[in-house]
Design a protein around this ligand. Sequence first.
Ligand SMILES: *Cc1c(COP(=O)(O)O)cnc(C)c1O
Length: 368
Amino acid sequence: MGKQINVTRSSMPPFEEYVEEIRSLWDSRWLTNMGEKHNQLEQKLQEVLGGKRVSLFTNGHMALELVLQAMGLEGEVITTPFTFVSTTHAIVRAGLTPVFCDVKESDGTLDPDKLEALITPRTCAIVPVHVYGNLCDDEAISAIAKKHGLKVIYDAAHAFGASRNGVAAGALGDAAMFSFHATKVFHTIEGGGICCADPAVHRTLDRLRDFGILDAEHVSMPAPNAKMNEFCAAMGLCNLRRMDEVIAARKEAAVRYMERLEGVPGVHILLQKDEALIPNYAYLPVTFDPETFGEGRNDVMSRLAAEHIGSRKYFYPLMSDLTCYREQYDSAATPVAKKLASQVLTLPLFEELGAEGADRICDIVLRH
Ligand SMILES: *Cc1c(COP(=O)(O)O)cnc(C)c1O
């Protein structure tokens, strides 16, 4: 019996490096409110994420909710039901109405061919998701958005470090949200960021993350507190130095999974195999077709659990099937997303897994 393997495991810098990074906070006693570490991290991330200005937040969810508000949107937002609950909640909590568009079977990203039919006079924006680090077809999505005067705000929570043809995920769309949650490829323990070229949006975001405060005597709007603190920013500065190393280590395990699982009848790794894409190996999503594989993903999940290996039905259920949304939507309207949600299983992938770890998991997956 092998030891427990969880589906993910946070990357960490050496302990001494983090302690060194936070040492100055004992002198400055400036622990939050746009401190030195926060501002350094904003600068550094701007370079890494594609060049647009970055605003930091307490988490990715608040970043997305607030950027939708900062853009002054009203009405319907076309988005994907095949995502984490945060995407849909952010749209609803920003006072907007989600309209679900189907996804592509090959990679789970929004299908631009299904987009235009969903546009109504009330549509104001599109919120696609670079799911698992698979980059959306931005060319097609942006062309449709331009034609109809819509904003494109990417949920790029999974896309840190991914780029296509040299264009980083943060450079796509009118704005892009990144999550720096502990389980993401790059993290600040909890944290998030918005990449956006429009200085007016950043000015509004600066206020929206800080109670709407303009200055000591002026408050412009009722806004929440969504600031990133110095300890989280310091973790980000340390983790950023290790990004190449972390992604290279994840790649080793991911490549072994691909060697072992690719070509097995009924098994499909839901990651783009595009020459122009530099992937970030954020997740290892696999679909199992019960007809051809002879077993469904629930069975694979149970067999892994019996051997102390964690896996996740990421993403199941679809947003349109969640208790809080299912009365308003019919998930049968997005059949491809429905099928993926019923077949997908995300296998363990993290920095220390290694090719041997991936082999152990593949041995179990394929022994049925
Ligand atoms: C993680 C995640 C978020 C939310 O990020 P937090 O930093 O955890 O708030 C949003 N969308 C997707 C697709 C995510 O995976």
